[in-house]
Design a protein around this ligand. Sequence first.
Ligand code: C2O
Ligand code: CU
Length: 506
Amino acid sequence: ALASSAALAHRPAGTGGLLRSAVPLPPAFRVPLPRPRVLAPVSTAGGVDRYEITQRETVGEILPGVRTPLWTYGGSFPGPTVEARRGRPTVVTHRNELPVPTVVHLHGGRTPAESDGYPTDLVLPGSWSEHRHGGGMPGMPGMADPRAVQSRVVREYTFPNEQRATMLWYHDHRMDYTAPAIWRGLAGLHLVRDDSERALELPDGEREVPLVITDRAFAADGSLAYPSLDPALRDRPGVQEPYAAGVLGDVILVNGAPWPVHEVAAVRHRLRLLNASNARHYEIEAVDQDGRTLDLVQIGADQGLLAAPVTHRRLPLAPAERYDLLVDFGAVKTGGTVRLLNRLGSGRTREVMAFRVVRQERDDSRVPAVLSTDLPQWRREEAVRVREFAFRAGRMGEGHGWLIGGRPFDPAREDVSVRLGDLEVWRLIADVHHPVHLHLVGFRILSRGGRAPLPHDAGLKDTVSLRPGEAAEIITRFDGYRGRYLFHCHNAEHEDMGMMANLEVR
Ligand code: C2O
Ligand code: CU
């Protein structure tokens, strides 16, 4: 999955690397918005919710009338939603029936290291079980040392859910192959609920809508197009370059449906956005049929509720970021339409989805003035250390890669060692757009470009979107668990091309 010697274009992801679909695309706002199904536990005994997920291939119908092979969690894309209560552990047993090894990571989870999905901590496919105790990993570069690899065919992941209520997501994290695995469908939601969130009486049930936004492109045979998946394309000039910048599709999917439409009552809704795209950045805006912009009232960030609501007209959404929004359709007349638009797109990627207001309903909801009082108030002066990391393009072996501090990812090297409980400031510097994600912890954004953070940087984050040429400072306390974690760029192609580093909590 590594780019070869093609020249690396230093274009920000979001402008280059667009794949074009070779099948006819449906008109916008016809396909109904699916709601990812909520997974039922197989057992709730002993204060633990147990789930089972089989990772398997299936053929789905994403575009009407087009058959698309997918890699799925439990047969659907997105995968099933896990609903958890704060402090009540979730144990998920993953069985791998895919043709390749996989790794499950709960993004944003405060997870013990052994369940965090380290990139060489594999769930082997059944067909690979004979290699379980063997020497070396066939076809897996960088994994020659079997001692570095703990691998199983079935694997139990334990998530304590000891964290603020928020929307997390789980996705594949295998070394060098995360991007194509997510692209083929390995992503799903994991919601953590708690009492303080419930006390706010936010819109729920039908009025709470998760929106998993991704882009994809479709080959002539209906399969998902992806540069490095097609050996026939691999050596053709120009193919690696879009891979290197990050792969963008020309079809926008929400919850796995192309430019869907969702019928709603004319009331306030809670929209829970996740950008699960490999590399595409969005800038979301909600516009009604008369061209009026609706307020996007942000109530939560990656790691849960803000202290107080922040109102946006437009909201940038980088890969892996989540936003918890209240949007009021109360002023829209029956029959009216509100489109979610992407201001960074062009042509059809400018449209995301639509809400059609089909009835009036009573609405007692309100926007609480105070959302939470438990956000950490870390102060720069209290930090015991300041570190700096440059996220930049560079050479990796024979080819081009994406590096942190001049080095590509190496599972055998320790990059950063922090002491459990230490408060640190990290200064992150980017050449092009890099959404930087830390495992284990939530952080607060202290500054951008030497200035105050932006309105959408509020709250507790686990992914910060560094803009081209920008330096940002974040502050966090490394608490929770000891062990080996990661930080990396969440442009999934950049991540696979080396932009990841080890974070050891001691
Ligand atoms: Cu969303 Cu290290 O991942
Ligand atoms: Cu990047």
